[in-house]
Design a protein around this ligand. Structure first.
Ligand code: ATP
Length: 292
């Protein structure tokens, strides 16, 4: 039977997680096997080979997005953490999709992992990417049937799956040639797994990138304070999108970057602005002391 072997880097990653999160390595082995390798179903371990067909992205980036994409592409090929910071609707997803296409264009066998905080976001993004760059997107989350799970796990291990979109546990898959990790909505607390194996997938994704010596992109409209701290210390690269794409409007002034932007463009009166900022400051006092 043509079963993939476990790469040393995956073992190193599992050992690191086990040590850091005080988790028995056996429990991690089970997650790595993805519920796929079972003694009584070895005969079912065959998979449909995926056709590699990531194509040119059919989207023209604006100047700011293009500059962001170019900046990230410059760092492909080695470990780096880049914060892709831009308000909702500024086109962060389009930027990282263009990075993915560029990467796969240059390296035909490269695999990319996009980690999302919620399963429900997975299918939305899968549909969007299918329209944009490729029909072969591989999903990984608890909502898959056993058969799909088996097929996807094997495609990932054999390297025929190229763009993998998943929830937390996708971190532990046996990638053959992982070259880029993207963590979308990096601030989302759902990246914390609080049952069974307790870990923070956001932090562990950075460790995975470090061990694999590959770049990781942290995408967010509201980066975490610890992310802001690392940007200020120059530990992370910082790429900023300052404009929403097109002229779409957002209903509520709930986000500091929106409040700032509106103040900058003086679309609201000073009194309204001060009222918004004071109420925000009341809720999140630390934010206002940190400019990035
Ligand atoms: N260069 C572009 N060309 C065409 N459409 C674009 C472009 N950039 C962004 N858009 C469109 O603008 C909308 C918002 O873009 P996108 O989802 O990439 O933003 P985002 O910053 O990732 O948003 P969120 O923070 O909600 O994840 C989408 O409908 C997207 O298709």
């Amino acid at each position: 039977m043509d079963l993939p072997s476990v790469r040393q880097k995956l073992k190193t990653f599992a050992e690191w997680i086990s040590h850091y999160n005080l988790v028995p390595i056996g429990m991690l082995a089970k997650v790595i096997m993805g519920g796929v390798l079972k003694v009584n179903n070895l005969d079912k371990l065959t998979h449909t080979k995926q056709e590699k067909k990531v194509s040119e992205i059919n989207c023209q980036l604006n100047n700011e997005q293009q500059a962001a994409s170019d900046r990230i592409i410059r760092d492909l090929g080695r470990y780096s953490v880049t914060v892709l910071d831009g308000e909702t609707g500024s086109g962060k997803t389009e930027v990282y999709l263009s990075v993915i296409t560029e990467l796969i264009k240059n390296e035909n066998d490269a695999q990319v992992l996009i980690l999302l905080p919620e399963i429900v976001l997975t299918s939305q993004l899968v549909n969007r990417i299918r329209l944009r760059i490729s029909s072969d997107i591989t999903e990984w989350h608890s909502g898959l049937t056993e058969k799909t799970r088996r097929n996807n796990w094997l495609s990932i291990a054999h390297g025929s799956a190229q763009v993998i979109i998943g929830a937390r546990s996708a971190l532990f898959l046996p990638y053959k040639n992982l070259k880029l990790v993207i963590l979308d909505e990096e601030h989302d607390s759902s990246f914390k797994q609080e049952q069974g194996i307790i870990y923070n997938a956001r932090d562990m994704a950075i460790i995975l990138a470090k061990i694999e010596n590959i770049p990781i992109i942290l995408s967010s409209a509201t980066p975490l304070l610890e992310t802001v701290y690392h940007v200020k210390r120059n530990n992370y690269n910082h790429v900023k999108l300052t404009k929403r794409f097109g002229e779409c409007q957002i209903g509520l002034l709930e986000n500091l970057s929106i409040i700032r932007n509106i103040a900058g463009e003086t679309q609201v009166s000073k009194v309204e602005y001060n009222k918004s900022i004071n109420s925000f400051y009341h809720k999140f006092p630390l934010w206002l002391n940190i400019e990035i």
